[in-house]
Design a protein. Structure first.
Length: 252
């Protein structure tokens, strides 16, 4: 168990660092240790990121066959993504919506079991669009934006398909329903009241600094002017003759 945990952490670390060859090698050792659903998904992810999507498809399809057609939601989405990029659209659709009756239906029932939330609905919309099912594609893109209003690619596809949906219907919901949107707290701007207080303090500090600078400059100019006047007074030639000079110049 300890070895399995170490391998799992190592594979995830190398995937995050884009060292794909090492991640694939260690993931294969991990599956040899324990061919669990999670470990198979990690190996398939390593295959996909290394550019070997066909190996990920083969791995997941073999596992699905041996497991009576059952895959975890993560592995279903990954299989669908690999099949879509390999232009195997029917297989991608089957991975996202296994039930034939559900695939033929429309409305909420056709999308509620799609794996990976908004991203899965977006992928299903791309499958429908490539198969020229415009109405179903629009439905999937719309549903994905309801789950994640930041998924811009879905809105972009709606515009390209001629949908008349307004951006405010999706992106406007961010301000009205903040509890439904998960943001990184480090990137959240301060409330307007806090921003105004910060701006006032900065402005007051700036004004104080400017006032101090003006006073210092005024004192400097005054001192320089006084010094200049003193120097001018000291440098003036003596124009008033002394009493000795007057007496010496007086004729006897």
């Amino acid at each position: 168990m300890m070895m399995e945990q170490c391998l799992t952490l190592a594979v995830k670390r190398y995937l995050d660092q884009n060292v794909h060859a090492t991640a694939v090698f260690l993931a294969e050792r991990l599956v040899a240790e324990n061919a669990s659903e999670d470990n198979l998904g990690l190996l398939a992810d390593a295959y996909y990121r290394s550019g070997a999507g066909h190996r990920a498809i083969s791995l997941l399809e073999r596992h699905m066959t041996s497991n009576q057609g059952i895959l975890s939601a993560h592995n279903r989405y990954l299989l669908a993504l690999c099949c879509f990029e390999a232009d195997r659209l029917s297989d991608a659709e089957n991975a996202l919506i296994p039930s034939t009756s559900t695939r033929r239906s429309t409305g909420e029932g056709a999308t509620k079991n799609v794996p990976n939330g908004a991203a899965g609905l977006y992928l299903l919309g791309r499958v429908h669009r490539r198969l020229h099912r415009t109405d179903q594609a629009i439905e999937c893109f719309t549903e994905s934006l309801k789950l994640d209003p930041f998924l811009w690619s879905s809105f972009e596809n709606l515009c390209e398909l001629g949908s008349q949906a307004s951006a405010s219907l999706f992106f406007g919901g961010v301000s009205t329903n903040p509890s439904k949107v998960h943001l990184d707290e480090n990137n959240i701007p301060p409330p307007p009241s806090v921003s105004r207080r910060i701006h006032s303090r900065v402005q007051a500090s700036t004004n104080t600094s400017h006032a101090r600078g003006k006073k210092a400059l005024s004192r400097t100019i005054t001192e320089q002017g006084a010094s200049h006047q003193v120097r001018r007074h000291d440098d003036l030639p003596s124009t008033i003759p002394s009493s000795q000079n007057i007496s010496s110049q007086t004729p006897s």
